[in-house]
Design a protein around this ligand. Structure first.
Ligand code: TRP
Length: 520
């Protein structure tokens, strides 16, 4: 039976735009600056560069090479390389990334809400009825944000973002290419405008000095390194199964090592560009952000923009529009990766698969937007939705991505054999990758990840399970429940999907044998 030809990118530039669109997202625009600030600015960019060279680029080459070699989605590619256990890793990676995508899209729904607010109401003081907070007590953007997340109609924003996502993946690479050809260049343009604004503000350049003056003292803190290593995985979309999927739509003769370098370079330049824009903006107004990533996005930066002498509204709209575009070109890539994983494995129709994935995904995103107030004095997260987001993010982001990266390296490095993947990478490559890459994948990267994970776990034991100190009202063990749900969804789900895969494969084999006997 002839197989239908696999979907393929129309052009190389289409692929590069899509892959860099996936990599460039909220991570670049706000999380990088938030981390940089949290760890003391000049202490962050050097560990970040080290993480890029040590982990980012080699793992990017591995993921692109893996998908390209197999011409299949992530779980099937892992199955072909490392058998059923490898396939389990593939599903685990995709399910973990699905958790991230669900709340990432909720955040994008809030970004949409802020974008609409930026046309007017965001700049006015307001009361926050659900919390009983009077006008003028919170900064404008904070009041706006908490009012928004404590209202049920915000769920509509989340659903709109889902609809945008689905319309972008519906026709596969064709519609993704159409989206990224518009969004990615616009993102660069908007970022450029923001930088110009930032550095021309009085004292704007001082922020830059702070960002780029190395601070070796703080670099002794293992947390800085841990932050840099998780950030690199997240920002380059590694450990999501995305790069493998996108590379599986490339023609046989394409050059993955060069692609890996191009994508990483584009991503990291955007990250530094955003760092420049944001640091100059904040320092001009002497806003000292004790910023978690979300407060950076929704309170600190809007506050800075609101203080502009002219054009606050325009720049506010520009900033949130930029976030929304950058976010959607990222979330789309994961929906495509999950879709491809299922279609390549089970042969279901594309439409039905995408419909089912989006219904489940949208339901998940709505849970993160549940407006019920469980922490009325705003000691921690305020609403149930935001508390769930905080807890799931801890497991999926800080542990899940690195765990997936670790397992990928072990299975590709030792079961398939890193040299085999390297040979296929080198086949069409202009740059020759040497045997040192094998040892990076087999030993260095897994060891580094183990160290980081071990350190996180140690803290978990020392300070008590994450979330035990969160204010969750009457929902006393919410943090334990979330951990159980997370493990069931990712680990349990991966067993179910792998098991279904084994069953499916056996059935196909039996059918082939029967057909063979009939023909004889
Ligand atoms: N790289 C993206 C960023 O920096 C994160 C990301 C990539 C992502 N793919 C994703 C997030 C899929 C959610 C879903 O923001």
């Amino acid at each position: 039976m002839a197989k239908a030809p696999r979907d393929q990118w129309k052009s190389k530039i289409g692929f590069i735009l899509a892959a860099s669109g996936s990599a460039i997202g909220l991570g670049n625009i706000v999380f990088f600056s938030a981390n940089a600030y949290r760890f003391g600015a000049g202490a962050f960019y050097i560990p970040y560069l080290v993480a890029l060279v040590l982990l980012g680029i080699p793992v990017m080459m591995m993921e692109l090479g893996l998908g390209h070699r197999a011409q299949r989605g992530f779980p099937e590619a892992m199955y072909q390389s490392a058998g059923v256990k490898g396939e389990w890793v593939g599903w685990f990676g995709l399910l973990n990334a699905s958790v991230i995508t669900m709340y990432y899209i909720t955040i994008l729904g809030w970004v949409l809400g802020m974008l609409i607010g930026a046309f007017g109401s965001l700049w006015q003081p307001m009361a926050v009825a659900a919390f009983g907070i009077e006008k003028g007590v919170l900064s404008n953007s904070m009041a706006h944000f908490f009012d928004m997340i404590s209202r049920g109609d915000t769920i509509a924003y989340v659903l709109i973002v889902w609809i945008l996502n689905v319309s972008a993946v519906w026709w596969g690479t064709k519609s993704i290419e159409r989206w990224v050809k518009v969004c990615v260049p616009l993102m660069w343009l908007f970022m450029f405008i923001l930088i110009l604004r930032g550095i021309t503000l009085p004292n704007g350049t001082q922020g830059l000095l702070l960002l780029f003056t190395p601070n070796f003292e703080v670099m002794k803190d293992p947390e800085v390194w841990q932050g840099a290593f998780s950030q690199i995985f997240f920002t380059l979309s590694l450990g999501f199964g995305i790069m493998a999927t996108y590379a599986s739509y490339l023609p046989k003769k394409s050059d993955q090592p060069t692609n890996a370098l191009t994508i990483s370079f584009l991503n990291c330049s955007f990250e530094y560009a955003a760092g420049i824009a944001i640091f100059s903006l904040l320092f001009c107004f002497a806003i000292v952000p004790r910023a978690s990533t979300l407060s950076m996005t929704f309170f600190v930066i809007p506050e800075g923009i609101g203080a502009f002498p002219v054009g606050a509204q325009l720049f506010g709209v520009l900033f949130f529009a930029l976030l929304l575009m950058a976010g959607i070109t990222s979330s789309v890539s994961l929906i495509e990766a999950v879709g491809a994983g299922i279609i390549d494995k089970f042969g279901f129709s594309r439409r039905k698969t995408l419909l089912v994935i989006s219904i489940i995904g949208a339901a998940g995103s709505c849970c993160f937007a549940i407006p019920t107030v469980i922490d009325p004095v705003l000691r921690s997260n305020g609403t149930l939705g935001l508390s769930l987001l905080d807890l799931f993010d801890h497991w999926a982001f800080s542990y899940g991505l690195l765990t997936c990266g670790f397992l990928e390296c072990i299975f590709i490095g030792w079961v398939l054999g890193a040299h085999k993947l390297r040979a296929s990478l080198n086949e069409h490559s202009r740059i020759r990758i040497g045997p040192i890459w094998d040892w990076m994948i087999k030993i260095v990267i897994p060891l580094v990840i183990l160290l980081v994970l071990g350190n996180s776990l140690r803290q978990e034991f020392r300070n008590g399970l994450y979330g035990s100190a969160l204010e969750t009202g009457r929902l006393v063990n919410l943090h334990v429940l979330v951990l159980a749900l997370y493990l069931a969804f990712t680990i349990g789900g991966a067993f179910v999907l792998t098991g279904a895969g084994v069953y499916h494969r056996r059935r196909k084999r039996r059918a082939a044998i029967l057909l063979d006997e009939e023909n004889r």
